[in-house]
Design a protein around this ligand. Structure first.
Ligand SMILES: [Zn+2]
Length: 287
């Protein structure tokens, strides 16, 4: 496929920073609504449609969110209900979490999600029982495996491109990596997207496209919120120096970078890129 015709995936994990990244015991704040509004405005400006992997608890607290997102034409996937790492759960608890999240999405949108993203990319060798449970719950694809050797997550030997799970019919669209000197390196989202220089990020997406594959870019609405972490610190939340550094440094770059990226590359919702919305036909050739 010619590089300029490749449609990449823009994916957003819909959660609130204080609850999703600091502690699930903290409240889900209204900041998530303002941050989603900012993101929707930007996506609208470039006519980019994305996939929002929605956390059940967040949507339950603020039902307006899924309404805003679906009205703007984006895809809704599941990010689970309570944001517990999958490898920490029993298969039974995982099934309950997924079912609960799907129930919230169906009750608010009338449509069952096709896709799933694990909290913190937490599907790895320890919990490959998760795939058959996702298919049992009606999900067609997952974008949960990071083929890197990370501290908190990763499955370095996993395939880098869309493929079917060995354990079931589920399609996996792994998080994008760039292969350099025999290593898979993450670049296209989260902290990597904030901290690495823009020319490297832009080159990475282009390289993946030149190799004939769509890239998966991921982010969270809170990354649009430049002053959030300092404000919460001032309100007395115990946020460590390391967390402030890792999760808020250069948030101010995100808006400009998204603008540049949307000007240079094409993006669409993941179910469409995979061709899953068309009665299970796959537009991409799966390995
Ligand atoms: Zn998350």
């Amino acid at each position: 496929m010619p590089e300029d015709k490749i449609v990449n995936c823009m994916t957003i994990d819909l959660e609130d920073w204080l609850h999703g990244a600091v502690s699930t015991s903290y409240p889900i704040t209204t900041r998530v609504i303002h941050n989603v509004e900012r993101l929707l405005r930007l996506l609208e400006r470039y006519r980019v449609r994305a996939t929002f992997f929605a956390l059940g608890k967040v949507c339950e607290k603020f039902p307006i969110l899924l309404n805003m997102i679906t009205t703007a034409g984006h895809e809704i996937g599941s990010h689970g209900y309570a944001h517990e790492p999958v490898f920490m759960l029993t298969p039974e608890a995982f099934r309950d979490d997924i079912r609960r999240s799907i129930d919230v999405i169906v009750s608010q949108t009338g449509t069952a999600p096709k896709g799933y993203r694990a909290p913190g990319f937490s599907i790895d060798q320890r919990c490959l029982w998760a795939g058959p449970i996702l298919t049992e719950c009606g999900l067609a694809y997952s974008s949960s495996i990071f083929p890197i050797r990370g501290k908190r997550y990763g499955m370095p030997d996993a395939p880098r491109w869309p493929h079917r799970w060995k354990e079931c019919d589920l399609v996996e669209f792994p998080l994008t990596t760039v292969r350099i000197l025999g290593k898979n390196l993450p670049m296209c989202g989260g902290g990597y997207f904030r901290l690495l220089p823009w020319p490297i990020l832009s080159w990475a997406i282009g390289k993946v496209n030149r190799e004939g594959h769509p890239a998966v870019v991921y982010m969270h609405p809170y990354e649009m919120d430049v002053y959030e972490v300092n404000n919460l610190k001032r309100q007395g939340y115990p946020i460590s120096m390391k967390k402030r550094f890792m999760q808020s440094l250069f948030r101010s770059r995100i808006h400009g970078r998204l603008n540049r990226m949307f000007q240079l590359y094409r993006f669409g919702p993941m179910a469409e890129v995979l061709g899953i919305e068309r009665s299970q036909e796959r537009r991409l050739v799966l390995s």
